[in-house]
Design a protein around this ligand. Structure first.
Ligand code: PEP
Ligand code: MG
Length: 550
């Protein structure tokens, strides 16, 4: 038995075989090949797999985001079935004696270039689609496809590191746990792991390729993984695993009950989500609404920038399904660790302090307007809030609201319905805490993004694993910033919630309640455990603790 230690993201146990995940590579052999016939066969097999994949993606997208959004995969399928394109690729293999990868890259790139040079904007835009399907065929040729990288059986995935853009593409139904050599506990990948209730370890320095296919137990309680565990250990940890499932079942009894303290103070416990695919877990965990819909995951899940119609379909689906519950959708918070190729963002020295979130939206107005139009149209279908991220100055908020108003007037003129909605901002920088009084005059609510607030207040890069020792999630500076924000919001009639990871920290629930926090938005799996704690708190009981002394 081998034991390797790391840092645990969740107190859960995962049992299953290890699958080593490899990041995709695109190193293409450009030399002459000896057996062109074999290369043609490889091309045909990869092509067929890519065609079949479009069908699967079509069905998935139809379920998650509606027929209109799914249409893109039908178009991709037709492109792959194009006989001229297939013949050109095969010609390069047979006549120039090149590898299937080289031929695909050359032929598909040529076609993409042809489209890019056309005058018709619709045809021009097909160029990007060709590059997409080219990547799909290359992925199958080079073993970068999901089934090679993630496998087809449920497994504990082991990787060097996982970016949010990779994590969102994983098939969640095949994940029994996640282990990475790198990573930090406040990264978006860790946040995703928590939201899936997935036992996960980061910073496991001793991971090894030889683990592939071996039986393992990921013990989140003791921050370690056992490879080839002894039968005794397996029996002990399997009993603990079963006990966790029993605890989950007991929490089900809290469904339908209110999140109210013994002395009668009610708080809203909402869920954080990344898109319509998370609707199931909002309902299963009886969240009272959605306090943070990270809309950038709609962008991360898409190969091209999602159109207004595609976004509208996704937002409408969530808002309509959950109505009359409140759904707060945060406008696109891209940048820093959440990068997207089609956004063509420059590489920066300090991306966390760089061109991101509202800064991109206020600079790329047409991009922002597309999202705002989709949001405003979706507002007619339920109870919605629109929230702007990374606001540091009042003028940004005023400008964002003015663009939103411009969109609203355009939509009304075009005959669209726009519903009522709340407007709020994330408080996630010290600057916004210090000017919270001015900002509060402009909004209905504040939502504290404690992940970034901690990063910027303590100058601790949330992505940097080396800084974990210096990082203190309960740092008094952060707790005081939360209290200052709650007070400022309340002074101006704005309600104040927390949507960062700290909101789910059970050791702080009573503190937040005593500070006057109105809402906690947490990963869906934490809703019922949090409700249990809230129902056990008695705020009328005297305490040594004073909210002014955090
Ligand atoms: C936060 O910063 O706390 C937050 C909720 O936003 P994100 O984690 O997506 O940056
Ligand atoms: Mg943030």
């Amino acid at each position: 038995m081998v034991v390797a230690t790391g840092k645990s993201i969740l107190n859960r146990i995962g049992i299953g075989k290890i699958k080593i995940y490899k990041a995709p590579t695109y190193d293409i052999y450009e030399g002459i090949v000896e057996d062109p016939a074999a290369e043609v066969k490889r091309f045909e097999e990869a092509l067929q797999k890519a065609i079949d994949q479009q069908g699967v993606l079509y069905e998935k997208a139809k379920k998650d985001a509606g027929e209109e959004s799914a249409g893109i995969f039908e178009a991709h399928q037709l492109m792959l079935e194009d006989e001229d394109l297939q013949d050109s690729t095969k010609e390069i293999i047979t006549e120039q004696k090149r590898s299937a990868e080289y031929a695909v890259k050359t032929a598909f790139d040529n076609y993409a270039q042809m489209f890019a040079e056309m005058d018709d904007p619709y045809m021009k835009a097909r160029s990007a689609d060709l590059i997409d399907v080219e990547t799909d065929v290359l992925d199958f040729l080079m073993g970068n496809d999901a089934s090679s990288m993630q496998g087809t059986e449920p497994a504990i995935l082991v990787a060097e590191d996982l970016a949010p853009s990779e994590t969102v593409k994983l098939d969640k139904s095949l994940l029994l746990g996640m282990i990475t050599r790198e990573g930090s506990s406040n990264s978006h990948t860790a946040i995703l792991a928590r939201s899936m209730n997935l036992p996960s370890l980061i910073q496991v320095k001793d991971i090894d390729d030889s683990w592939d296919g071996k039986m393992a137990i990921l013990d989140g309680y003791n921050s370690c993984v056992y490879i080839d565990p002894t039968p005794d250990l397996m029996a002990t940890l399997k009993a603990k695993y079963d006990a966790d499932l029993k605890k989950d079942a007991l929490l089900q009894e809290l469904k339908g009950k209110s999140s109210t303290t013994i002395d009668g103070r009610s708080v809203h416990v909402y869920a954080n989500i990344g898109g319509p695919a998370d609707l199931g877990s909002v309902n299963e965990n009886d969240a009272e609404g959605v306090g943070l819909f990270r809309s950038e995951f709609v962008y991360l899940n898409s190969k091209d920038e999602p159109t207004e119609e595609q976004q509208f379909a996704a937002y409408k689906r969530v808002v309509e399904t959950l109505a009359p519950k409140l759904v707060i959708i945060r406008t696109c918070d891209i940048g820093a660790d959440k990068t997207i190729d089609y956004m063509n963002l420059d590489k920066e020295e300090n991306p966390a302090l760089g061109f991101r979130a509202i800064r991109i939206c206020l600079t790329r107005k047409e991009f922002f307007k597309k999202q705002l139009r989709a949001l405003l149209r979706a507002s007619a279908y339920g109870n919605m809030g629109i929230m702007f991220p990374m606001i540091i100055s009042k003028w940004e908020l005023v400008e964002a609201k003015a663009i939103m108003e411009e969109c609203k007037q355009e939509l009304i003129k075009e005959g669209h319905k726009v519903g009522k909605f709340q407007v709020g901002i994330m408080i996630e920088t010290p600057a916004s805490v210090f000017v919270a009084d001015e900002l509060a005059e402009e909004v209905d609510f504040f939502s504290l993004g404690t992940n970034d607030l901690t990063q910027y207040t303590c100058a601790i890069d949330r992505q940097n694993a080396k800084l974990e020792r210096f990082s203190d999630t309960h740092h008094p500076a952060v707790l005081r910033a939360i209290k200052m924000t709650v007070d400022a919001g309340h002074r101006h009639g704005a309600w104040v919630g927390i949507c960062g990871e700290l909101g789910a920290d059970p050791t702080l629930t009573e503190t937040f309640l005593r500070m006057g926090v109105d809402e906690l938005s947490v990963n869906a799996k934490s809703v019922l455990p949090l409700r249990k704690i809230i129902r056990s708190v008695d705020l009328s009981k005297a305490t040594e603790w004073s909210p002014d002394e955090v």
